[in-house]
Write a protein that binds this ligand. Structure first.
Ligand SMILES: C[S@@+](CC[C@H](N)C(=O)[O-])C[C@H]1O[C@@H](n2cnc3c(N)ncnc32)[C@H](O)[C@@H]1O
Length: 449
């Protein structure tokens, strides 16, 4: 007889995938979460962490593989914490993401959209990432770079990564060699040194930017080495160093310095050129960022008279492509370098009806009492702070387009905005910005009731 306790083995079938990427199966009336599994898999599982109603398990044997199980395109897929769904067929990934958004809206938001649109698939389920930031370490004297192993701080050393733009693969291997003589940060002792390697590419221009994140002072000679990389690698337009002396998981510090070339690259998206620097936010999948802008444009259907407010605007990715079709754009963003680039981007693209302000949305919006016709919200994963939502309920812009990378906080915020009856949830559009992972982007349209 199987006992519900740690170490017990049992057989079950995976029914679905959850928001952390684990497969979800049932044993009697209890739930078991198992990583690296696929809906339809029949598995023998060992229970690892056991609670009364649920447990986590580890695969001992795939008794009968699901028809949706595929061979991962990555040789370290079972170890690397970067992707969760390399073994899941792309169609099944899309179905799972759609379901995750539906469930969050229903269970957390207690809402039912008038229209729930099918997820927009990525044209590029591999090789899509235009930006990667790898922690660095040293193992047996050699520099290692990669993502952390699932659930740990152990680096899985990578020489290539199938989800990053393939043009970044040669840079990763050669730079690991080139960094060999330089001090590498020690996470345990906090000994100073290089702690992250950032690579960015303008997917439409081919321009590449290398960023080294450093704890401590700039080692003599590193600048000359960086100048050499500019000559050595075709496509590299700049090498930067970002100083982060803080202990903890935050990747970038506040100060960035150019070591060679320029501090930004150019990318093309939705008919515009965007300047993107080492630490500024830009959607990691250029093709899908474009689909996102297309969705916003279709939903807004601008007449040329709108005042559009873009809260959490970054470098203006979502609103600048719409500026030519509306009367005015106002963008608000907390990161000074992003605001500078949003301004530079509007000037470079000949846009004269957009202005960008550096402020915290939760401090700025409650002071802003002007009429807005369309509000774009694209906050970080934690969603909008309460003062932002309260200010929206006071100002009541007739249309809100909420862009989110976290269905749970999206559902929570939509529920708050709809609770008073001020707004109704008109449309939901999931979009796959991050293939091979459990992450999903969603656009929601709220209209005034
Ligand atoms: C998900 S990104 C979206 C950026 C942009 N809309 C885009 O699509 O590229 C969220 C942005 O919000 C900014 N941010 C974070 N907290 C903020 C706050 N309290 N007030 C204003 N902006 C904030 C971040 O710096 C980041 O640029």
């Amino acid at each position: 007889m199987t006992v519900w306790q740690q170490g017990a083995t049992l057989e079950l079938t995976i029914d679905s995938l959850n928001h952390t990427g684990e497969g979800v199966g049932r044993w009697q009336d209890r739930v078991v979460f198992v990583a690296d599994t696929v809906p339809g898999d029949r598995l023998r599982v060992r229970l690892t962490h056991v609670k009364r109603q649920y447990a986590h398990g580890k695969v001992l044997e795939v008794v009968q593989p699901s028809e949706q199980r595929v061979r991962p395109s990555c040789i370290v897929a079972d170890k690397c914490g970067g992707c969760q769904w390399q073994c899941v067929a792309y169609g099944a990934q899309l179905a799972a993401k759609e379901q995750l958004v539906k469930e969050a809206i229903a269970r957390i938001g207690h809402l039912e959209p008038q229209t729930f649109l099918p997820i927009l698939a990525a044209p590029n389920p591999l090789g899509y990432r235009n930006k990667v930031t790898y922690p660095l370490g040293r193992r047996h004297g050699a520099v290692v770079a990669g993502y952390y192993q699932k659930g740990s701080h152990h680096l899985v050393n990578l020489n290539q990564c199938p989800v990053q733009d393939p043009r970044l693969n040669p840079l990763l291997t050669v730079l690991k060699q080139a960094l060999q003589p330089w001090p590498i940060y020690n996470e345990q002792t906090h000994e100073p040194g290089l702690r992250h390697l950032g690579l960015r590419i303008g997917q439409r221009t081919g321009e590449q930017l290398i960023t080294l994140v450093l704890a401590g002072t700039l080692p003599a000679g590193l600048q000359a080495e960086a100048a050499g990389w500019l000559q050595q690698f075709q496509g590299v337009v700049g090498v930067c160093v970002n100083f982060n002396h803080q202990v903890g998981n935050r990747i970038f510090g506040d100060e960035t310095q150019v070591l060679a070339g320029r501090p930004y690259l150019w990318e093309e998206m939705a008919g515009l050129r965007f300047q993107i620097a080492a630490t500024t936010f830009f959607q990691v999948n250029t093709a899908q960022a474009e689909q996102l802008v297309t969705t916003l444009r279709e939903w807004i259907a601008p007449t040329g008279h709108e005042r559009l407010l873009d809260l959490y605007c970054g470098v203006g990715t979502l609103s600048l492509p719409l500026a030519g079709a509306v009367a005015e754009v106002i963008g608000v963003e907390v990161h000074p370098a992003s605001v500078q680039q949003a301004i530079a981007n509007s000037q470079h693209n000949g846009i004269h009806n957009a202005r960008f302000l550096c402020a915290k949305a939760e401090e700025w919006l409650p002071q802003f009492n002007q009429i807005v016709d369309v509000l774009i919200l694209d906050p970080p994963r934690k969603g909008c702070d309460r003062p932002v939502l309260d200010a929206i309920l006071r100002n009541r812009p007739p249309r809100i387009l909420y862009v989110s990378c976290h269905p749970a906080t999206l559902a929570r915020d939509l529920a708050y905005l709809c609770a008073t009856g001020a707004y109704q949830l008109t449309k939901i559009q999931p979009l796959d910005m991050f293939p091979q992972t459990a992450h999903v982007e969603t656009v929601a349209l709220l209209t005034i009731s």
